[in-house]
Design a protein around this ligand. Structure first.
Ligand SMILES: *Cc1c(COP(=O)(O)O)cnc(C)c1O
Length: 472
């Protein structure tokens, strides 16, 4: 064998490097989880980052040095002052699952290409379905992210509900779905990917808590039908991305049941609360859905991308795709659970269930419960602190670990108030001690945090408000 190939596959060299890298990562964890590291993000403008990586790419470099540079130039989810987007800091053991995944590369699609991970995927989806309150006929698949899970569920809905055989004949009749105006943009995108155009997404206004106004659904359905559209589904948000608001799933379910519509729940963020006995009441009605998408990488400590798509009737998943691929599957019409690509958009994919199972085996599902209860309590605490602070204002009382608020010590016209909060967010990014984001609600800009680190304590939450007062 060529010596460079020998070097690349040398098991002893791998052992040595990997030991050093695990030490490096463990040090990184310690420094960040304790908050000793001064910054949650050492922000660098994109052009500068590009110039740096362009200048070093292709030059020989020990892997520790490369990883060290990447660690330094990345956002640190394990830092207690990371309060930005919704991705959770993976439990370190789950990251070892990623290493196993990366090395084995058993991409599934067909059973033999990933025997363990295929069977694990079935076990994981069945246990998640049970936890959500579904019956024994429920089942599902794991996908690369909530965006893809939502698209997949809507493709199933179309196959099941559209009057035409769209998969074989193409689509002539205008189809549509209804979803809250606060829903994640991927639902809108899925509609357009399916070729329904802008008219295919009927946006339902929200109430003062940013929940879908289910009382408007009958009128909107009648209007759509009068226009000649066939509405096939309603998508509930559990929760919405911007404000973390949970739609009334029972109300939407009742409407869908009465009108023969598919009920999909986008639970990318919040469906994880099914694993918290204390908080799962916010998902009341979830098990009346035809399908639910739930990310493991947002609230369940698993590395990206890891999402469950659960169907109330697992067999519906076989109707999502039905193109012929005889070289992969002997019996096209047979429902072979073990050949996963029959039901997933992906052909080859990650061994997603392996990372989930790694956590279950080591800690049990109690790990998730403890985590969820901690970050939910943090959301409540921050809500309380903001409410009590005379110079801050809540956008709405938080319904989970997503909190939207703004600095508002005085009465300013809306535009100036938004501009000031935009400057605060910019100053925080440049400072780097805290990482938070922003959002637009009713045309005004708010600061937005998602409390995902289990190491975040009340002192960090108070510290954030003080930091804002300092940088303003
Ligand atoms: C994050 C999120 C998504 C997108 O999920 P990805 O895993 O990032 O693709 C979809 N819907 C909601 C409600 C979300 O919060």
């Amino acid at each position: 064998m060529d010596s460079i190939l020998e070097k690349a596959y040398d098991a002893e060299a791998f052992r040595n490097t990997a030991h050093r890298i695990v030490d490096q990562l463990a040090d990184f964890l310690k420094e960040n989880q304790s908050g000793e590291a001064p910054k949650a993000i050492a922000y660098r403008p994109a052009q500068e980052a590009y110039a740096y990586w362009e200048s070093v790419a292709g030059q020989p470099q020990p892997t520790e040095d490369l990883f060290g540079a990447i660690l330094a130039q990345s956002v640190h989810l394990h830092h207690p002052q990371y309060m930005g987007h919704q991705v959770s800091p993976p439990a370190p053991l789950a990251a070892l699952g990623s290493l196993l995944d990366g090395l084995l590369n058993n991409g599934m699609a067909v059973y033999e290409m990933g025997m363990a991970s295929t069977a694990i995927e079935r076990v994981v989806t069945e246990k998640v379905a049970q936890q959500m309150g579904f019956g024994p006929e429920a089942g599902g698949v794991l996908t690369s992210g909530g965006t893809l899970a939502n698209l997949t569920a809507l493709l199933t809905a179309r196959s099941v509900k559209a009057r035409e055989a769209v998969w074989s004949e193409g689509q002539a009749q205008p189809l549509a779905l209804m979803v809250s105006e606060e829903a994640h943009y991927c639902v809108d995108r899925a509609v357009r990917i399916m070729g329904w155009g802008e008219a295919g997404i009927i946006k339902v206004p929200v109430n003062e808590k940013y929940q879908m106004r289910a009382d408007l659904l009958p009128g909107l359905l009648a209007d759509a039908e009068a226009r000649g559209q066939q509405v096939i589904a309603v998508v509930g948000s559990a929760c919405s991305t911007s404000t973390g608001s949970f739609d009334d799933l029972n109300a939407i379910a009742a409407f869908c049941e009465a009108n023969g519509l598919w009920f999909h729940v986008d639970g990318a963020h919040g469906a994880a609360l099914a694993f918290s006995p204390r908080h799962r009441h916010v998902l009341s009605g979830l098990s009346r859905a035809d399908s639910v998408a739930m990310d493991f990488h947002k609230m369940l400590l698993t590395p990206v991308l890891a999402t469950a798509l659960i169907y109330k009737e697992g067999r519906q998943a076989y109707r999502t795709f039905s193109q012929r691929a005889h070289y992969l599957w002997a019996g096209q019409t047979e429902e072979e659970w073990e050949n996963l690509a029959k039901r997933t958009f992906e052909c080859t994919k990650y061994m997603i269930g392996v990372k989930v199972l790694t956590l279950w085996q080591a800690y049990g599902m109690g790990l998730w419960e403890a985590y969820l209860d901690k970050v939910m309590a943090n959301g409540e605490t921050l809500g309380r602190l903001v409410e009590a602070a005379p110079d801050f204002e809540l956008a709405l009382r938080p319904q989970c670990n997503i909190v939207c608020f703004r600095y508002a010590p005085d009465r300013l016209p809306p535009e100036q108030r938004s501009a000031r909060n935009a400057r605060i967010r910019e100053a925080l990014l440049a400072d780097g001690a805290y990482y938070i984001v922003q959002t637009i609600l009713k045309e005004e800009l708010y600061l937005r945090v998602t409390l995902t680190s289990p190491h975040t304590e009340e002192t960090h939450l108070r510290g954030l408000l003080d930091k804002i007062r300092e940088v303003v």
